[in-house]
Design a binder for this molecule. Structure first.
Ligand code: GDP
Length: 525
């Protein structure tokens, strides 16, 4: 038996917390399900789909997700694999929700980037991957759908390097021609891993490890081509490098097929063997909060009304240090208030279980802690405040009015809640027009906003798009200068952030050119 601190360190070292980022249809859902199969969580693949398909939609808003076949909400899966506890945080696959992805990425220690080998890097998803790179999250790449004809994998590697700016370093490499995927070379051993599929990929793929001489015998030309590919990778130095991987600069690549389970085990092993365990986290002042110190964590997501029969409000907290125990009083750093954690839950889709304890890397859901906001810190013992999660400068703007003025109370409540969840940003006119302006990065955020206002808050909204094209974060001094100019509006967020909105990017460029000292930041505000 070790000290309580030792136990926390041990529990942390056994945890891996990651997210999958991908373009819709690249295979994230299939892969997630196969992770559950390989971890023994389900005995037969097909169960997850059947389950969600067979369930009555729990809210109209989830119905919207289902209709569109995209994931808007993020959920958290926890499963064990090889004596490790794996936390998989879901991210929305659509670029319009890049900001949600960014928030989830603040709560993980690594990301798995899933690419469809037939599509490579699709322009719409580039933003998601860029977000990942800006956060310097270590990325493991999975090149999926190798069972079908696709691009030359070397071409996809080029795209990863040129479009995302991350150097790909394959660990496995395909053997077989497109459409006849036989297995992989494991570059670590040089051996051939032959896969055999099972019916519908419902069970684990059979794997056989074969030495290079025998592989050459059995696979002939396929083997030769794969070996040539690997020599090329060797020549250009595309070889796994731990330091640059952990810094988010290079990415180990695995190839496979989520559908037939080929390569799924390699990927899962890589999450355990290569992805980093949770570690000490920097606070607002740049000091490290040691992982074994008392409990601390931060809110990375807020979600209300996931279950309309409860009308609840859930704050997702990533544990950063110490042991969380349900019922403990935790201090909310921003208000200094003590919160009860009697209602702490795990979150698996819409299923909830009470969580009794959690360790660094885990995610707990706190129910009805209404004062919590995204980025807020909770702690026990020595005070700590983690840095806020930055938001993006919005690109789309609309004035929001209640269609039925008799429902103004519901309208206001809805706006406040959805602002808190980060569904849209809400901007106000400091000089008096009471009509709130909603602002977003992607069109679909407006759709979710209108839909939820209507169905959850009973307040239909009318959105009138404004002619603004671009926003910049500004300060009071610059705001006063801008106040008198045409084609510019200054708006303020509830948190006090000032944003200058411009009707034309050229006009903005000209002002920046003429007034280099004005504060007009294009970075995330
Ligand atoms: P998501 O939108 O990223 O979650 O993608 P899904 O997992 O729902 O997969 C999209 C489609 O691609 C589905 O029809 C899957 O059956 C299919 N798919 C997923 N992985 C593979 C694969 O490895 N090979 C092939 N041929 N199809 C796949």
């Amino acid at each position: 038996m070790g000290t309580p601190e030792d136990l926390i360190v041990q529990a942390s070292q056994r945890r891996r917390t990651f997210a999958i980022i991908s373009h819709p249809d690249a295979g994230k859902t299939t892969l997630t399900e196969k992770f559950l199969l390989y971890s023994g969580q389900i005995s037969q693949a097909g169960a997850v789909k059947a389950r969600s398909g067979g369930r009555a939609a729990v809210s109209d808003w989830m119905a919207m997700e289902q209709q569109r076949g995209i994931s808007i909400t993020s959920t958290v899966l926890q499963f064990s694999y090889r004596d490790h506890v794996i936390n998989l945080l879901d991210t929305p696959g659509h670029r319009d929700f890049s900001e949600d992805t960014y928030r989830v990425l603040s709560a993980v220690d690594a990301a798995v980037m899933v690419l469809d080998v037939a599509k490579g890097i699709e322009p719409q998803t580039l933003k998601l991957f860029e977000v990942c790179r800006t956060r310097e999250v270590p990325i493991i790449t999975f090149l999926n759908k190798l069972d079908r004809p696709g691009l030359d994998p070397l071409e996809v590697l080029d795209q990863i390097e040129s479009k995302i700016g991350v150097r790909p370093t394959p660990i496995t490499w395909p053997v077989g021609i497109p459409g006849d995927f036989r297995g992989v070379i494991d570059r670590r051993s040089g051996n051939f891993i032959r896969f055999s599929r099972t019916a519908h990929g419902a069970q684990e793929a059979l794997e056989e490890e074969i030495d290079p001489t025998a592989a050459s015998h059995q696979e002939g030309e396929n083997w030769k081509q794969a070996v040539d590919g690997v020599s090329l990778l060797d020549e250009v130095g595309a070889t796994y490098d731990k330091k640059s991987f952990l810094a988010g600069q290079s990415s180990p690549v695995f190839v496979g097929s989520a559908l037939t389970n080929f390569g799924v085990r390699h990927l899962l092993d890589a999450i355990v063997d290569l992805a980093p365990a949770p570690s000490d986290r920097h606070d607002l002042d740049g000091n490290l909060r040691p992982i074994e110190s008392e409990f601390s964590g931060f809110v990375f997501k807020i979600q209300a009304n996931m279950d309309p029969s409860h009308r609840d409000h859930l704050a997702f907290v990533r544990v950063c240090s110490g042991k969380f125990q349900r019922g403990m009083g935790v201090t909310h750093a921003e208000s200094g208030r003590i919160l009860s954690t009697k209602y702490a839950t795990s979150v698996f889709g819409s299923d909830r279980d009470t969580v009794e304890e959690a360790f660094p890397g885990d995610v707990v859901g706190l129910v009805n802690s209404n004062e919590l906001r995204i980025g807020d810190t909770l702690y026990v013992g020595d005070r700590v405040e983690f840095p806020p999660i930055p938001t993006f400068v919005p690109e789309l703007f609309a004035l929001a009015r209640a269609r039925d003025t008799g429902r103004f109370k519901q309208f206001r409540k809805g706006i406040e809640q959805l602002e808190k969840e980060g569904v849209v940003q809400v901007l106000f006119d400091p000089s008096g027009d009471p009509t709130p302006m909603v602002a977003a990065i992607g069109e679909m955020q407006f759709d979710v906003f209108s839909h939820r206002m209507h169905f959850e808050f009973g307040a239909e909204v009318e959105l009138t798009r404004t002619s603004h094209k671009v926003a910049r974060r500004t300060d009071q001094a610059t705001a006063s200068e801008l106040g008198g100019l045409g084609g510019v509006r200054v708006r303020v967020r509830r948190d006090g952030t000032l944003l200058a909105l411009f009707e034309s990017p050229y006009w903005l460029a000209r002002l920046q050119n003429d007034h280099p000292t004005w504060k007009l930041d294009d970075l995330i505000a």
